[in-house]
Ligand binder design. Sequence first.
Ligand SMILES: Cc1cc2nc3c(=O)[nH]c(=O)nc-3n(C[C@H](O)[C@H](O)[C@H](O)COP(=O)(O)OP(=O)(O)OC[C@H]3O[C@@H](n4cnc5c(N)ncnc54)[C@H](O)[C@@H]3O)c2cc1C
Length: 390
Amino acid sequence: MSKGTRQTLNSSFARNHYDVVIAGARCAGASTAMLLARRGLRVLVVDPLRYGSDTLSTHALMRGAVLQLHRWGVLDAVRASGAPPIKATTFHYGNETIEVPIKPRDGVDALYAPRRTVLDPILVDAAREAGAEVVYGQSVVDVTRDTNGRVRGARIAGTDRRPVDVSAELVIGADGLRSRVARIVEAQVVYTAPHAACSIYGYWQGIPLQGYHWFYEPNVSIGTIPTNDGATCVFALIPQARFMERRRAGIETLFDGALAAVSPELRDQARSTVPFQTLRAFPGSPGFLRRVVGPGWLLVGDAGYFRDPITAHGITDALREAELISRAITADGDRGLQEYQAGRDELVMGLLDVTDRIASFEWSLEEVKEHHLELNRQMKAEVDVLLALD
Ligand SMILES: Cc1cc2nc3c(=O)[nH]c(=O)nc-3n(C[C@H](O)[C@H](O)[C@H](O)COP(=O)(O)OP(=O)(O)OC[C@H]3O[C@@H](n4cnc5c(N)ncnc54)[C@H](O)[C@@H]3O)c2cc1C
């Protein structure tokens, strides 16, 4: 990539010109930064929050994500964090229980579910180690363009709100579901999914379930995700419309009711120990696909593609996209990126569709089982794409 015009050095960043400026320093932004920096690009990442902060998200990783962490050499740091190995996923459809063991292959012998306060800093550390500059307390507030309208840099502001212009060959929005970069560049939404579910979750010590457990009953799903510090994340999902109708009851009541409807035993376990964090709720947001490639800009992670959290696949998506997009940037420039866009659409449409069908709650227990088989096929296809990169 060519060097841009050198301006007076600003005080917030080491340079005035970068190959790539990335908005957002979590799973999508930090891993894209790490991969691009490892390929020798000069990368700046900014995020308004602080290093190691939490975000509204549970954190179950699927095989594709663990494969990526292994390949990138950061899986040992995840293991060292104390996130327990997940050796099986157990599906409960009413009274039927199906346990699916995690088969050891391709460097993945278990899944993991590190807290976001653990995973995101591991990726940021790896990005910094690769040479990327990661600056917290700063947001991309606008882009700068040349006379042809191509994005040529980012306007970045800290809490003092005094903006600084940094020029770049590419500006990447890895700034999540409500992406400001996507809004600024007017990235077109090409598909919106019709459904959304509400998620409520919290953390408990001493829940005796091992591995991931996903439970399904009409109009409700609950589950458990073992994570760092001996804690288990317990979550409940209900249709968004039901949440809107009943939210005045309070999220504690809705959560307790969901657990009671599906697993009174789990509710009793949760009631008998003290949660160590208050419950958090996500009211739901329909899935969407945006165009993710434009002149001088890209979107990665939730900024470009959101699917309901019910299939716990967003982080896995973000890590896969980071890999594919960084290869496309460094391999073939603009042509590679156009091909990336087409490939991305094809790869994720099936995932988005089956996720939306599960989030609709318009299924019988037999039907949701079929949806999971379809989801499993989609995830195998995703892993095949990643393995083919070798
Ligand atoms: C309730 C819930 C549960 C979930 N559970 C799971 C799960 O179990 N497994 C799973 O894989 N996925 C799960 N997800 C999805 C997952 O959280 C997302 O897919 C993932 O966080 C996307 O990562 P990201 O890096 O694209 O965006 P984010 O994690 O949202 O990070 C975006 C970052 O951009 C920063 N930012 C925002 N605006 C700007 C700006 N203007 N300039 C610079 N930076 C900016 C933000 O501060 C933030 O740090 C869940 C989501 C929800 C809501």
